[in-house]
Design a protein around this ligand. Structure first.
Ligand code: CP
Ligand code: NVA
Length: 336
């Protein structure tokens, strides 16, 4: 088989802090060129990327497809029925077949072990577009500048990467855009101890911040991942069921109570999670400094409410746009 090219993007802590910073800077640079409508910037000209989806997606699909195209490449969307990975044929076969046609593979899969197998057998970089275990593109989000700018032809705010200092990426970039920094801030995640939490925890193993995961008893994140984050000794990491732990948070972050593929658990969860809804009361408990974030899609009336989603504290759409810029930075780093 051909020699392996580039790097896989599977978990945030597969990378050093400097490498994460490099992704951020590349994303910020690409964002500025896009904002400026610089049609000469086509680093992926002539490249192709296969995108395997076994679950639904709006943001991940569109931000990867659009971002890769805008940088000169062509992305091939493979819907859940097309490949039927692991069902119509084994993951390791698909890895080698797609490596023969493409310069990269992006995959959104159920089982994390399937993603690892895909990467093991692929000779081109594999990017994790979410598994049941984690979602690193979301937390690592995009490079530089405030949201919504490039469509209006605005110039991206200069120096976003510099303001991060030690450098961080997208949800994280969004936080740095809003707060002027990320390191040392307190992020309180409220809800299910799911794939989003595992990415926040793995980020905590590389970039210093205070991470509090507040979830109902029985819905804690993976113990091994909590241990990994704590053992790194970089960040202050807490898992608790006490909603009062939001006090003083710079950011409250939430996600759906029942993730894709687990929607049948929602009925039981609605009872267990009711005290953990991110509503105006919880935002008030955190304090007036607190920003609201959600990876989307959001279920208003469950994990949060319209009044919070639409409030001045909410940056959820800035966050969504930053997916594209972040991922461009990730691809520029990993496909180089
Ligand atoms: N946040 C996110 O990954 O959204 P999609 O599921 O729509 O891709
Ligand atoms: N935890 C959610 C994230 C969606 C982007 C899910 O896996 O469905």
């Amino acid at each position: 088989s051909p020699p392996k090219k580039g790097k896989h993007f599977l978990h945030l802590d597969d990378f050093s802090k400097d490498e994460l910073l490099d992704m951020l800077e590349r994303g910020a640079h690409a964002k500025q060129r896009l904002y400026a409508r610089d049609e000469s910037f086509k680093p992926f000209a002539g490249r192709t990327m296969a995108m395997i989806f076994t679950k639904p997606s709006a943001r991940t699909r569109v931000s990867f497809e659009t971002g890769f195209f805008r940088l000169g490449g062509h992305a091939v969307y493979l819907d859940p029925n097309t490949i039927q990975i692991g069902k119509r044929e084994p993951t390791k076969d698909i890895a080698r077949v797609l490596s023969g046609y493409n310069d990269a593979i992006m995959a959104r899969l159920f089982g994390h072990a399937d993603l690892i197998e895909l990467a093991e057998f692929s000779s081109v970089p594999v990017v994790n577009g979410l598994t049941d275990y984690n979602h690193p593109c979301q937390v690592s989000g995009g490079g530089g500048g405030a949201g919504a700018g490039w469509r209006a032809g605005r110039t991206a705010r200069p120096g976003a990467a510099g303001r991060l200092g030690a450098g961080i990426m997208a949800d994280v970039l969004t936080i740095s855009e809003v707060k002027g920094k990320f390191e040392g801030l307190k992020v309180a995640y409220v809800g299910d101890g799911n794939n989003m939490v595992h990415s926040w925890l793995r980020l905590a193993a590389r970039i210093p911040y205070e991470f509090v995961c507040i979830c109902p008893p029985g819905y804690e994140p993976d113990e091994g991942t909590v241990a990994l984050a704590k053992a790194a000794g970089i960040s202050d990491v807490t898992v608790t069921s006490d909603r009062n732990a939001v006090k003083g948070a710079d950011v409250i972050y939430t996600d759906v109570w029942a993730s894709m593929g687990q929607k049948e658990t929602l009925e039981v969860k609605m009872r267990d999670f009711a005290p953990y809804q991110v509503n105006q009361d919880l935002m008030a408990l955190a304090g007036p400094q607190c920003t609201f974030m959600h990876c989307l899609p959001a279920e208003r009336g469950l994990e949060t409410v319209d009044a919070v989603m639409e409030s001045a504290a909410s940056v959820v759409f800035q966050q969504a746009e930053n997916r594209m810029h972040a991922q461009n930075g990730i691809m520029l780093h990993c496909f180089a």
